[in-house]
Design a protein around this ligand. Structure first.
Ligand code: UT7
Length: 335
């Protein structure tokens, strides 16, 4: 298991602003049942998902990311020129080359350093870890965005994946703050499990060609049951680890904001931790699985529902392709 990488109490870093962008178009389970051999009942009982937002044809990941970023900057009362860096966590970038973050920074009107981070559904927690270190060591304010247009990389003809995913973006602005804490973090990865959830072709291992197009292996493929079992164990274990590092108990957690892939996974993680399910925020029912965007979108959703009170101890936990996983704690501060 990975050693602790942050001070026991985490970094003196606060979320100064939180923003979100969900595409306007909502696709319900019944809408999907019109084009796929599936049903609202199957999707709801297996995943908890009722509907998801789907990007318009002209919208790509950077558009969603930019809108969420503007929202977060407005919330923070900061200008884009105040940013020391822009990090976009995504596994569905606009292009294979170049990265999405520079497009976002440019749309915001700045030339601050900007880079993508790909840890799939764990990407936002990974990016918080990178950004918190930058903020705490003197860089200044860092914008962290989780943004995805997953419906573009899932096979619309494969019912086992097409029903799961949604599009969207969430963003936070991190600033130095001696009265706040972000962390500790526990992150991990296991590339041996990569084929459980990946796009088999279209990269340098097997470049895109007519054969790939015919066998549809440029789309996401997932062994759902294996991913499910790993997700429950890894999310619960890394959550326990950050609590132990921080010297806290499960009873000290005010809200769990887990990666929103499946309500059953989130319930199983809460049960393993001994955390009441009411303290686990659920937005997957309305968002579907938005990978790196799911946690910041869930945070924004939790705030809109009045669940983020000043001083609250919030536990984040994620699991995704790679395989990757991670958890961290944060103290919510009203500003
Ligand atoms: O974000 C990264 C992390 N991702 C996840 O955490 C996803 C983890 N996995 C899961 O959430 C679940 O494994 C799924 C929701 C993907 C699948 O649920 P499951 O209970 O594991 O179902 P299953 O894959 O075992 O499939 C059960 C049956 C199969 O039929 P047979 O073989 O039993 O006849 C599937 O063909 O359900 C069938 N099925 C469907 N039926 C109707 C699969 N997809 C669908 C569908 N509609 N959309």
């Amino acid at each position: 298991m990975t050693a602790a990488t942050t001070p026991t109490g985490g970094w003196p870093v606060a979320i100064a602003g939180l923003g979100a962008r969900l595409p306007d178009r909502v696709v319900t389970n019944d809408d999907l049942a019109e084009v796929l051999d599936t049903s609202d009942e199957w999707i709801r009982t297996r995943t908890g998902i009722r509907e998801r937002h789907v990007a318009a044809p002209e919208e790509a990941t950077s558009d969603l990311a930019t809108a969420a970023a503007r929202d977060a900057l407005r919330d923070a009362g900061l200008a884009a020129t105040d940013l020391a860096a822009v990090i976009v966590a995504t596994t569905s970038p606009d292009h294979q080359v170049a990265a999405t973050a520079p497009l976002v920074a440019s749309a915001l009107g700045v030339t601050a350093p900007a880079f993508d981070l790909n840890a799939a559904c764990s990407g936002f927690v990974y990016a918080l870890r990178v950004a918190s270190g930058m903020v705490a060591t003197g860089d200044g304010a860092v914008l962290v965005i989780g943004a995805e247009t997953l419906t573009r990389i899932a096979d619309p003809e494969d019912r086992s994946t097409a029903v799961l995913f949604g599009d969207g973006a969430g963003a936070v602005v991190l600033v130095p703050d001696d009265d706040a804490r972000l962390g500790p973090f526990s992150l991990g990865a296991d590339g041996e499990g990569a084929s459980m959830l990946w796009t088999p072709s279209g990269g340098t291992r097997r470049p895109f060609d007519a054969e790939v197009l015919a066998d549809r292996s440029h789309y996401l493929s997932m062994r759902g049951g294996d991913v499910y079992r790993n997700a429950v164990v890894r999310m619960a274990d890394s959550a326990r680890e950050v609590l132990a590092q921080a010297g806290l108990e499960v009873a000290d957690v005010d809200l769990l904001v887990g990666h929103q892939a499946n309500v059953r996974i989130l319930d199983a993680v809460a049960a393993r931790l001994g955390l009441p399910t009411e303290l686990s925020h659920i937005s997957v029912d309305r968002h579907g699985n938005t990978s790196a965007a799911s946690i910041p979108l869930a945070l924004a959703d939790a705030r809109a529902q009045g669940k983020l009170r000043d001083g609250a101890t919030v536990l984040l936990a994620a699991f995704g392709a790679g395989l990757t996983w991670g958890a961290c704690l944060l103290t919510w501060k009203d500003r």
